[in-house]
Design a protein around this ligand. Sequence first.
Ligand SMILES: C[S@@+](CC[C@H](N)C(=O)[O-])C[C@H]1O[C@@H](n2cnc3c(N)ncnc32)[C@H](O)[C@@H]1O
Length: 396
Amino acid sequence: MAAKVRTEEKGASYREVIISLESGLGADERSFLLDVEKRFPRTDFSFAELGPERIVINLRSVALDDLKACLEQGDEPEKEEAAGPPAVGSKIIRAIENIRSYGIQGKKRVYVGYNAERKVKGRKQKEATTGKHFYATDNPFSKQNNDFPVGKADKGVCGDAQDVLRSLPDNCVDLILTSPPYNFGLDYESSTDGIEWQRYFEKLFAVFEECIRVLKYGGRIVVNVQPLFSSYIPSHHFVSNFFTSHKLIWKGEILWEKNNYNCKYTAWGSWKSPSNPYLKYTWEFLEIFAKGSLRKQGRREDIDITAEEFKKWVVAKWSIAPEKDMNKYEHPAMFPEELAYRAIKLFSFENDVVLDPFNGAGTSTAVARHLGRRFLGIDISKDYCDTARRRTHAGL
Ligand SMILES: C[S@@+](CC[C@H](N)C(=O)[O-])C[C@H]1O[C@@H](n2cnc3c(N)ncnc32)[C@H](O)[C@@H]1O
């Protein structure tokens, strides 16, 4: 029995899955399928036609693993031993698995109406009127991308990021993934007027200006940043403000749920009084920006993210435990490999160039190499550079 499959969305009610049958449908197969149908709510899964020339399924949503269990394994052991489940079951499963667009609701795949709330009415019109400000259509960036210089890729460089980046041409990096230092050797504690923080942001933004310059048109910058809680400085907002005022498009924000408290104060500020409660956070932020275009050019064969990864990771709250090997790598402020793994797979293609201008113990470069990306990691500390180099080339 050969099966040709066509699926079509019927309004908001169901998706019609049509499987053409070349050699008909036996009475046993028909009664097997009618038994299977009874196990699912009719509003979610039902047969509109059962042979002889085709099977038509009205499909709204289904727990695919449960359907597989019924259709491919059969659930009556004696019968199974005698004849095995009919082959038509596997064809139905394949037809449903081939439907690439669906939402997830608990165990179920939902095939209709799952993206209704995401559809923006009059999107083109909106882009035309708001584009100048919010999509930065008046950005000054050249669309001419350049190759990454031969001999500079797959390296760790020890030096000040601003200086090192000056040696790169414009528009040659696909993805920048980084987490900025908490200081640049400035003495914040003894500063009473906040001037050191001003210098801190001046230096950080000078490095970021170089980052913008070397980023390709369509490239992305992912910055892991947490507010400077104890100084009451919302650095994640400052960073977003910097990039958007430099005409990058704010692509989104991922909340990295670390499930541990940042708070070093034990009394929650004013304990049990509204006079000055201290807010506690168990998360940090990843702010994501795109240069020129939200869409990135890349070859189909260089996509390595799976459907399951994609669906899980586009939900912009990532629950990942903090890095546990900071003692081993002798670095106090690393992000975990899992975070770099997700960011690199979600925002870049294989063979892309990944840059971390504050590479620390080399998490970004080690993961980039593992994932078949080219990379450049920069850090001002020779010790961290040595660690990063060893770690990156040892492999994960
Ligand atoms: C938050 S850490 C990055 C940790 C890294 N994400 C990891 O997982 O190991 C920031 C790093 O920036 C480095 N750094 C500070 N000032 C720098 C500068 N001017 N240029 C380059 N790196 C610098 C520090 O040495 C530190 O390792």
